[in-house]
Design a protein around this ligand. Structure first.
Ligand SMILES: Cc1cc2nc3c(=O)[nH]c(=O)nc-3n(C[C@H](O)[C@H](O)[C@H](O)COP(=O)(O)OP(=O)(O)OC[C@H]3O[C@@H](n4cnc5c(N)ncnc54)[C@H](O)[C@@H]3O)c2cc1C
Length: 357
């Protein structure tokens, strides 16, 4: 971003540019909780021989699974399909399982999905759905160079794939993101390594700092970039429909052990079980990062996203989504009412600070 534009300029504040979100308790329509399938060293794309079965792992996407799905599906299928003949199994029916299954079908193989739960009862349905690979690893300084290659390749592939899905049926559209900060933005803030930052930069078009008179909020500093939102309930329904039209079968079944996986008739299996991979393949790294979201009545005139400190708002067709909870190691799926109140208050304060229309 252009640092020269960081210093606020002394121009009169003008009227609002974008409509405000109306935040109040009586506009709440639901609150939901999901557990992000987090792996501190990043997602796992790896081929493993389990007896006479090839298992290709594709799990552990943390807070960026909707974003990266098509990209890690491409990496996983490139790893698994070469030289394979015969039917293929996919474990899991979240966004990772469905995109992997669709790519296997596109390559011409018959696919069966074996899954413990179907949408809407997956973590993928809970996701906010903003296109950004957030919270996918703990510390960029500690991830390996080969993971960084996979991460950037997956991000780029998925970014381009979603662009050809910008259609109401998939719930995918372009969305402007405003980041707001009380303090000046620091270049490379956080622990993201320069290679990751510069690799993602071309995927954040029109990213720039806003001048004071362009800032929609009466809070110090703002930047914007254009991105996409993929509304998970619509996306997952459309993917299941596409999967079935292409001849795919879904079997309701929880796999309990690698031996059970090996007993499937398919000798190539993609493991897309998200947090379920912790127990199924004894991955001790996997931890839940709990997230809670509250939805307000839809406001069709609000088409943007706003990110401020530890809270965020995405505008979706099924409501105004208010988020900002990240609790590592917390397995609770219960809605916490104190958090609902706390996030409502923080968002109300943010939108009260918008320049009035
Ligand atoms: C509050 C919140 C907000 C988020 N916001 C975003 C966002 O804005 N953008 C973004 O990109 N990502 C976001 N995410 C992250 C995203 O939801 C996840 O990264 C993604 O859904 C992971 O997909 P998955 O398919 O791996 O997991 P899941 O959706 O959990 O699917 C796993 C599947 O495997 C099945 N399964 C599990 N164990 C077994 C087993 N033993 N046998 C058979 N089947 C099994 C499950 O039933 C399920 O069908 C958010 C997550 C949360 C919780």
């Amino acid at each position: 971003m252009n640092q020269a534009a960081l210093a606020p300029v002394n121009l009169p504040e003008n009227a609002c540019h974008i409509p405000p979100v109306h935040v109040s308790e009586d506009r709440v329509i639901r609150s939901v909780v999901g557990l992000r399938p987090h792996r501190p060293s990043g997602f796992r794309i790896e081929r493993e021989q389990v007896g006479d079965t090839v298992v290709v792992h594709n799990y552990g996407h943390g807070g960026g699974g909707i974003t990266l799905s098509w990209g890690t599906a491409k990496l996983a299928t490139d790893l698994g399909l070469q030289g394979h003949t015969g039917p293929v199994a996919v474990l899991g029916c979240g966004v990772i399982g469905l995109t992997t299954a669709r790519m296997v079908q596109d390559a011409g193989f018959p696919v069966t999905i074996y899954t413990k739960a179907m949408p809407p009862d997956t973590t993928s349905n809970i996701a906010g759905g903003q296109w950004y690979p957030a919270m996918v690893y703990d510390d960029a300084d500690k991830v390996t160079a080969s993971f960084t290659d996979q991460f950037l390749a997956a991000a780029k592939f998925a970014y381009e794939r979603y662009q050809i899905m910008t259609d109401p049926r998939y719930g995918v559209r372009w969305m402007r993101n405003y980041s707001i900060s009380r303090t000046p933005f620091q270049p490379n803030r956080g622990s993201d390594r320069p290679r990751i930052v510069s690799g993602l930069d071309p995927l954040l078009p029109e990213r720039h700092l806003l001048r004071q008179e362009e800032n929609p909020f009466r809070i110090g500093y703002a930047s914007q970039y254009d991105g996409m939102i993929m509304e998970p309930p619509l996306l997952l329904n459309a993917l299941i429909t596409d999967f079935r039209i292409a001849g795919g079968k879904v079997v309701g079944r929880e796999l309990k052990s690698p031996a059970e996986v090996q007993s499937l008739k398919e000798k190539l299996v993609f493991n897309c079980t998200g947090l379920g991979a912790k127990a199924l393949f004894d991955d001790k790294e996997m931890i839940p990062v709990r997230g809670q979201l509250t939805f307000l009545l839809p406001q069709p005139e609000v088409t943007y996203a706003a990110l401020f400190e530890d809270i965020y708002m995405f505008s979706r067709r099924d409501g105004i989504l208010l988020g900002g909870t990240h609790q590592a190691g917390n397995w609770s799926l219960e809605v916490d009412q104190a958090t609902v109140k706390e996030k409502l208050a923080a968002h109300a304060e943010l939108f009260r600070s918008m320049k009035p229309c």
